[in-house]
Design a protein around this ligand. Sequence first.
Ligand code: HEC
Length: 146
Amino acid sequence: MVQYETGKAMAGRVCVMFLAIALALAACGRGERSLTAEGAALYLGNCAVCHGGDASGGGGASVPGLSKTPPDLRVLALNAGGTFPAREVLAVLNGYHKGGQPGRRMAGFQSLESERRRRIKIGDVRLRPSEPMAALLLYLDSQQIR
Ligand code: HEC
């Protein structure tokens, strides 16, 4: 009987432990998913006017002074041999953002700046950009044609 009680108590503790792990994992998953959703909103607010609502490019006809057609952002991975080039895209965005790319036509994105940094892993690439940039990169990665 004592044995049985102890067994039950232990089973209870193991259950609680599994529950805690499951909740922690669920929280992680949700974190990344909601960051991607945040990225979608940032994309719509900052990028869609030129790159199109579905990132297929070719928009921007209504943007005055735009001399180049905005490219399709869904084929960045295809063009880079199958892996989303997260580091390069971040460099492009940071460059545009800081106005360091003369002759380029993208606007500055103040809303992508933040003191808060976020660790992300896309493919084998680990980055720690600002939280909005992280969100945008996760979203763009999710839009790639593979
Ligand atoms: C005012 C229009 C405009 C807006 C807004 C804009 N882009 Fe662009 N983007 C362009 C144009 C035009 C190019 C091509 C520039 C060039 O090649 O000189 C480009 C290029 C890029 C590239 C490089 C693609 C490649 O094939 O190398 C990326 C990545 C990109 N944009 C992402 C974004 C993201 C993300 C946003 C929103 C945060 C954004 N752009 C907002 C017009 C825009």
